[in-house]
Design a protein around this ligand. Structure first.
Ligand code: ADP
Length: 381
């Protein structure tokens, strides 16, 4: 083929390919223009917000200007913050509306009441994200709220409990002053002042014990405690009071028994149980303390044949400052803290406390603590 013919063919093919490409491009252009052109919905959610929400471990909700939930993170649903496309909390909605009005970031606390579930206390931070969209970030603060309430109650209770003996002491001091010409009355009032002083000392000591135990930290270097000695010391502690009431204190411990725990804490717990048994028993009855190994545990049981505790009160007696009969505690000198100390000692030392009681029959408290099994070397040491 001649060169000129080749050039003509090449030019022709090039023009053909160009024409086809142009045709296809025009066709596609027309097709695109033919797509029905209605109003395309534009999401008010800023780009990227969806991705951020999907990875958030805290509760986050995006609301539009009609308070409709546009997007919410999974924890927001789990917390019960969003139902269908609405915020469930009226208080949070109010916060959202305020933020929308003036564009200021706001914070607040509220309680979410959920059907069939425990209420949750939450802290919310609300911020405008765009002109239409408001962001609500919510943190579950139920635990912190509960701790704070307990702390506040405790402080209020302590102040109240301290006021009683302090008030009594100042009244008695006044009475002593007025009875200066009556030596018998002076001696009587002085004796009562001593009682109130003792009550005050005991109360302060128990408050200190309890505060130390509050941390609930498991003791990781426990002592090895000889259970026989422990029980003997606890009985010794209440011996005088028992004798004064004609109560027989008997003990029966399995020999060679050891437990693992903080020595002074465990001592305080067992002593409290024995003290209660003596306090809440009628004169002439018997209080027994037994200790035995049971599986990996040691069970120390204090049994009395005293006044007993009504069933409905059994759940509450371990609460701080709770007394079954508040009027009676003036005469028993009880602080209402003994059993909460026992409960905390059990928990801090990897154990538990059990109770059985029946009014007019008696009570039985069992402290369960991890046993210590001496290995061969220890045994022969
Ligand atoms: P308290 O210092 O008042 O004894 P506790 O915390 O030790 O406080 O006990 C709480 C309450 O439980 C007591 O006030 C008493 O009503 C009741 N209680 C505790 N131990 C016994 C017991 N062994 N028998 C009958 N009631 C008891």
């Amino acid at each position: 083929m001649e060169l000129s013919t080749e050039l003509v063919i090449t030019a022709f093919l090039g023009a053909l390919v160009g024409a086809v490409i142009t045709y296809v491009w025009r066709l596609s252009e027309r097709r695109l223009q033919e797509v029905p052109s209605g109003p395309t919905p534009v999401s008010p959610v800023p780009p990227g917000a969806e991705a951020v929400l999907s990875v958030l471990s805290s509760s986050a909700v995006l609301l539009d200007d009609a308070d409709v939930v546009l997007q919410a993170s999974a924890p927001a649903y789990a917390l019960g913050l969003v139902r269908e496309d609405e915020l469930t909390s009226e208080a949070l909605l109010q916060l959202v509306r305020q933020v929308r009005r003036d564009g200021q970031v706001r914070e607040g606390e509220t309680t979410l009441h959920r059907r069939g579930r425990a209420p949750v206390h939450v802290h919310a931070r609300v911020a405008p994200l765009t002109r239409q969209v408001v962001l609500v970030l919510v943190q579950d603060r139920t635990h912190e709220h509960r701790v704070e309430t307990i702390r506040r109650d405790f402080v209020a209770n302590v102040s109240h409990e301290l006021k009683t003996p302090i008030g009594a002491i100042s009244l008695l001091a006044e009475a002593v002053g007025e009875a200066k010409d009556d030596p018998e009355a002076v001696v009587r009032f002085a004796g009562r002042m001593q009682d109130e002083g003792r009550r005050l000392t005991r109360l302060v000591q128990q408050i200190i014990d309890l505060s130390r135990l509050q941390a609930d930290v498991l003791n990781d270097t426990p002592d090895v405690v000889a259970v026989g000695d422990l029980v003997a010391e606890a009985c010794e502690h209440s011996q005088t009071d028992a004798e004064a009431k004609g109560i027989e204190l008997v003990r029966a411990c399995e020999p060679g028994l050891f437990l693992r725990g903080d020595r002074s804490q465990v001592h305080a717990a067992v002593s409290n149980l024995v003290e209660n048994a003596v306090t809440y028993s009628e004169p002439g009855t018997r209080v027994s303390v037994t200790a035995e190994a049971y599986g990996d545990d040691v069970r120390i049981t204090v049994t009395d044949r005293g006044i007993g505790i009504p069933e409905g009160e059994l759940d509450r007696i371990f609460e701080r400052f709770y007394r079954v009969d508040p009027a009676r505690h003036r005469s028993t000198g009880g602080t209402g803290l003994g059993l909460s100390i026992v409960k905390h000692v059990a928990a801090s030392n990897g154990g538990s406390v059990e109770v059985w009681s029946k009014p007019d029959e008696g009570s039985s408290f069992t402290l369960v603590l991890p046993a210590h099994v001496p290995d061969n070397e220890e045994e022969h040491a």
